[in-house]
Ligand binder design. Structure first.
Ligand SMILES: [Zn+2]
Length: 82
């Protein structure tokens, strides 16, 4: 029928606009966490965030607010006998 517009807003809350969700694997400890990035209608900045488990794997994202981090899985630490 008509042209479908792909800009359906999902529960728009003022100030917080969810623009990207992706999963990331920490290169340091091997855990998997989800990163939710928002973009407010203000000037975006470079935000730094680190692995929520080991806080050792620092990344940067171009957004105006700190991203939300959710740990999805942690790598089970077995007794390492190298
Ligand atoms: Zn980590």
């Amino acid at each position: 029928m008509s042209t479908v517009r792909a800009t359906d807003t999902i529960a728009a809350s003022p100030g917080f606009i969810l623009t990207a969700v992706f999963e990331q694997t920490c290169g340091a400890c091997g855990c998997v966490f989800r990163v939710e990035v928002s973009r407010a209608r203000v000037q975006a900045d470079i935000q730094e965030y680190s692995c929520p488990v080991c806080h050792d794997h620092v990344c940067r994202v171009h957004t105006s607010e700190p991203p939300r981090l959710t740990v999805l899985s942690q790598r089970a630490v077995r007794g390492k006998s190298a």
